[in-house]
Design a protein around this ligand. Sequence first.
Ligand code: G3I
Length: 334
Amino acid sequence: AQPTLKSAYKDYFPIGVAVAPRNLTGPEAELIIKQFSSVTPENAMKMGPIHPEENRYFWQDADAIVDFAQKNGLKVRGHTLCWHNQTPRWFFTDASGNQVSREVLLARLKQHITDVMSRYKGKIYAWDVVNEAVPDGGESIYRPSKFYEIIGEDYIEKAFEYAHAVDPEAKLFYNDYNTENTAKRDKIFQIVKKLKDKKVPIHGVGLQGHWSIDEPTSQELEASIEKFASLGLDVQVTELDLSVYPKEHERRAKKETDDGILTEDMVKKQTAQYKMLFDTFRKHKGTLTGVTFWNVSDRSSWLDNFPVPGRKDYPLLFDQNYQPKEAFWQVVKF
Ligand code: G3I
């Protein structure tokens, strides 16, 4: 039989995929069941989608994903309990529209984490507790989010403590992108080291892995894995995709000029980059405890609209007809 992602990596780590309810029927569902051993809800468990009003939760989408996972023997990574993005305005304001106090926001954060985690207790093995708390540039360690501004830097440790109290078995992660940028990586390291020193229940760091055909190098990736592992933390790649548009190009060009046409050169570079990444992941067996792709196939990816609205991207291992690309074979045959 031909190898699949989950068969090839069964002795290494679960291979996951970000899913929306629309992926749970038809050819995508078949692909998910055949190839992957874990799922992450792409949007369904975020604060906005799941908790649109203070006294109202919308469980339907998240329930559907967890049920699908249970039925098909897939693990679930929960994403995400505290993020500055996709968070409803009500969270930060009172009935008259004024900003709430630190105490009120902490109470809301605790209630939210408790309600969401309790519902899926025992069915979700790992949670992205705090997502993207560090800014990309500048001097500041902490992103100036509402959580930071209203509560202060300890919103992070509070979130982990609330989460651990609900489900002591769940592995709790801090999750972020651009983790191969040394300045940002150092800031994340400072934060998680402080949490570890204070005995806050944090178990891992998620490297999102929104990478490209020219980034990162294996050295940069290994530096991230080893740096966080040195604190005794698990490392997972939580949102892997490789844009076919070079990051370096986008930084220099500022204005994107590509037209969304896939060239042979892009395919060749992407294939080589995927092979290099998985060669590196396998070297860190035991430390690297999960790799999750962000979306199922090139038919539809969040990158189709980012950073250039409407520009098609081709970032995954399966093509627009759900067929394995050459990069897939390079990843499963080793
Ligand atoms: O569901 C609504 C729909 O009701 C509405 O009519 C429509 C109009 O815009 O929007 C729909 O919501 C969109 C949602 O995706 C579901 O498709 C949002 O506009 C859109 O902003 C949202 O994008 C998501 C993005 O996070 C939000 O920041 C992407 O799907 C999702 O892939 C992306 O995932 C993030 C991770 O959570 C964290 N790391 C980065 C990663 C990529 O940005």
